[in-house]
Design a protein. Structure first.
Length: 332
């Protein structure tokens, strides 16, 4: 089968598409999926650079955290799926290939409203956003939420889910153009802020938007120097959920302010979780998000589509930070 393969860690010259052996079922509760589309994530860039290795038990040199395709082979203990079913899901690696083996519990049925490209763009970002907003911080109707990197894949999913839940949604980006495009897409942003390289602007903007009350929830996909401003922008008993570190994994924290605000800081990551935890996140995604797709309430936002042979260009595109939503790879 064809697969995206990391031959050497470093720049894009170390990644290519080539023939590799077909993955085999090793457990009775596994399924092999013929992949039609797979999306690109920043985790793939880090893995290519040698900074984010796959967990044990997953391919070391084939990236890919999400996929969409058809069930091609069933394990002996998989009653819920049939050959030919259209499915999508998450994995800790190996998704960017013509075939992938995953636990049957980590799959969801693709709604008829989604084509292959749309389906390939959904699982990782919508499961991550839904899990962070509702399982981790319990976002409620009427609450005020600030979403950093709102134009990213997870950001565009989170904006839609928060808006649909009845929250007041604020979004930031380093790019004014991206925020203009977000407004045009009408995904549910109430207010926006172009940060550039000045995260300190967060505090004044939130004070203005909320008349000094602060935001109840912050979804931070950036990390780094955003942390001090996030803490100041939180309302008393606010919740900050950290999902990404594109601006770096380290920052300073004012513990006194954290204590005075009785704030909660929550970290979350999807890739390293157990199969059982991913199954629960997938089950909630299927039960609570996919009906919204069928209703036309939420949708994946897609930047562009590449073939596997264009993988280096796809990586460079994502690294450019010009993207709005998802980059999708098509294996059909």
């Amino acid at each position: 089968m064809r697969a995206i393969v990391i031959d050497a860690h470093g720049d894009v010259e170390g990644i290519s598409v080539r023939e590799v052996e077909m993955p085999l079922l090793s457990k009775p509760d596994e399924v092999r999926v013929r992949v039609r589309t797979a999306a690109l994530n920043r985790a793939d860039l880090l893995q290519r650079r040698g900074k984010y290795p796959a967990p044990p038990g997953y391919p070391e040199n084939i990236p890919g955290l999400e996929f969409a395709g058809e069930v091609e082979l069933l394990g002996a203990a998989v009653p819920e799926w049939q050959i030919g079913d259209r499915v999508f899901g998450i994995t800790a690696g190996g998704g960017q290939a013509e075939f992938v083996v995953v636990a049957a519990s980590n799959l969801a049925r693709i709604p008829a409203e989604l084509d292959w490209v749309q389906a390939g763009a959904m699982p990782e970002v919508f499961i991550t956003a839904h899990d962070a907003l509702f399982s981790r911080v319990g976002l409620q109707k009427g609450e005020r939420i600030l979403i950093h990197a709102a134009a990213s894949g997870v950001g565009t999913a989170a904006v839609q889910l928060a808006h649909t839940a009845g929250a007041i949604v604020y979004g930031t980006s380093r790019s004014a153009d991206k925020l203009d495009q977000m407004r045009a897409l009408n995904l549910g942003l109430d207010e926006v802020l172009t940060l550039g390289n000045a995260p300190e602007k967060i505090v004044d903007a939130v004070q203005s938007w909320t008349k000094g009350a602060g935001v109840n929830v912050i979804l931070d996909l950036v990390g780094g120097t955003y942390f001090p401003a996030n803490l100041e922008a939180l309302a008393p008993r606010g919740r900050l959920v950290c999902v990404g570190t594109t601006a770096g994994p380290k920052s300073e924290i004012n513990i006194g302010l954290l204590m005075r605000k009785r704030a909660s800081v929550i970290g979350t990551v999807l890739r390293a979780r157990s199969i059982e935890e991913k199954a629960e996140a997938t089950r909630r995604f299927a039960g609570e998000v996919l009906p919204l797709v069928a209703q036309g309430v939420v949708r994946p936002v897609i930047e562009c589509v590449y073939t596997p042979e264009e993988i280096r260009a796809a990586h460079l595109h994502l690294e450019s930070n010009r993207t709005l939503g998802k980059i999708v790879l098509t294996f059909t």
